[in-house]
Structures are given as structure tokens and as C-alpha cells.
Design a protein around this ligand. Structure first.
Ligand code: GRF
Length: 213
């Protein structure tokens, strides 16, 4: 069975949606560890309530993208059984860029959720970017993490309508509801070994179910 680590920095609502789906036996993974780089991340308390081990790996001034910091992450992951051969690392509002060394080590086993329809509006404040651009639809994307910022192969996307009177807050809320659906679904597909990646393209294999008579 896949061992899952979820990396957070704050609220942890995506983490919660994944952990709750696991508790309901909808995803065949072991929730091994929740790691935060912020000691006061709200999500830590939620993980604790749900009975999932937590760890804090503080940045200590080490910049995003530094292997110095990511080495500490790797130790914590490995101590908790999340290895490059059996692990899955889900970034869920983890506000650090991963180092190329980390990505190489866990390649194909790191997922992220982004609050826009990639490749539109990568980086920070995507909902604000979408409103300022004037798009009529936005949404969210679960993708594999590669060396770029929000550039890895796309796994799932969900679309929401942008309303004329939307603020960053109302649009973010509408997108977040979809995030909570597609992230657990993506983890399930990964855990069930149904995702095939060829270059940038991912395909999902579904079991064929016998027709009911
Ligand atoms: C979400 O909007 C996610 O798309 C982005 O960061 C936010 C994290 O929210 N990457 P939460 O901590 O999961 O509530």
C-alpha cells in the first residue's frame, strides 16, 4: 500500500478532504504523516484530531528551492515510511518551492493542487489574476510536480463559472469546493495505480465493470 505524506503551511482544508476520504475507506493509502513548515499551521490540529501523525520541519531561513531544507524533509518522510519507492507526497498549500534534488528523488510521486486552470495563472494569487484578466471560467488543477512552477503533467481539473460580482474571496470559495473533490479523487487514482504518464500527458485507466443483467 502507498504511504502518503501531506505537506501544508496553513489552513489545511485540502489535507482534511483527503484524510476524511481515507477514513471513509475511499482511498487505499496509509496516511503516514502530515508535515508543516509552520508550527502554527491550523491544519496540524485537524490532522491531530483525525489521528494522523504530524511533524514540523521549520524553514529556519532556508530559502525555497534549497536542498539544505529539503534534505530535512526527506529524512522526515523516510522516518515515516514515505520512500521514493512506495510513497506519495501531496503538496496542499505548502508555501515553498521544492528543490530539483527533491523532485528528482520523488519524481512522479509528488502532487500539487493549484487554484486555476493551468497553464493559466500559475504562481501566487491565481484567483486575483483570473479576476483581473476577466476570464469567464476558472477552476483548479491537480498536477504532478516537476522542476517548474505549476508546470508538471496535469492529472485532473475542475471548472467553475466566474460571476460578474465575484471578489477574490467568493471566487476562491467556489474553487475551493471543487479542490476538495478533485484532490481526494486524484490521490485515489494514484493509489489504485491507474495513472499512466507519457511525457506531459496522463491517462487514467478505469476498470471495466461487467454490465448488470
Ligand atoms: C488552496 O487554494 C490550494 O489550491 C493552494 O493553496 C490553498 C491551500 O488551502 N495551493 P488549504 O490549506 O488546503 O485550505
Amino acid at each position: 500500500m502507498i504511504s502518503l505524506a501531506i505537506l501544508i503551511s496553513g489552513r489545511g482544508s485540502n489535507m482534511e478532504s483527503i484524510l476524511r476520504a481515507i477514513k471513509k475507506n475511499r482511498i487505499p493509502v496509509k496516511p503516514a504523516i502530515v508535515i508543516s513548515n509552520k508550527p502554527d499551521a491550523k491544519g496540524l490540529k485537524i490532522a491531530h484530531k483525525l489521528g494522523v501523525p504530524t511533524a514540523i520541519v521549520e524553514s529556519g531561513g532556508q530559502k525555497g528551492g534549497s536542498w539544505e531544507y529539503d534534505k530535512k524533509l526527506v529524512s522526515t518522510l523516510e522516518e515515516n515510511g514515505v520512500t521514493p519507492s512506495n510513497g506519495l507526497v501531496c503538496l496542499a498549500g505548502f508555501m515553498r518551492i521544492m528543490s530539483p534534488e527533491f523532485i528528482r528523488k520523488y519524481r512522479g510521486r509528488i502532487l500539487n493542487i493549484h487554484p486555476a486552470i493551468l497553464p493559466s495563472f500559475p504562481g501566487l494569487h491565481s484567483q486575483r489574476q483570473a479576476l483581473e484578466y476577466g476570464v469567464k471560467y476558472s477552476g483548479c488543477t491537480v498536477h504532478f510536480v516537476d522542476e517548474g512552477v505549476d508546470t508538471g503533467p496535469i492529472l485532473l481539473q475542475a471548472v467553475v463559472k466566474v460571476h460578474e460580482n465575484d471578489t477574490e474571496e467568493t471566487l476562491s470559495k467556489r474553487i475551493l469546493r471543487q479542490e476538495h473533490k478533485i484532490y481526494p479523487e486524484a490521490v485515489r487514482l494514484f493509489a489504485e495505480g491507474r495513472i499512466k504518464t507519457t511525457g506531459r500527458k496522463t491517462t487514467v485507466a478505469y476498470e471495466s465493470r461487467p454490465l448488470k443483467k
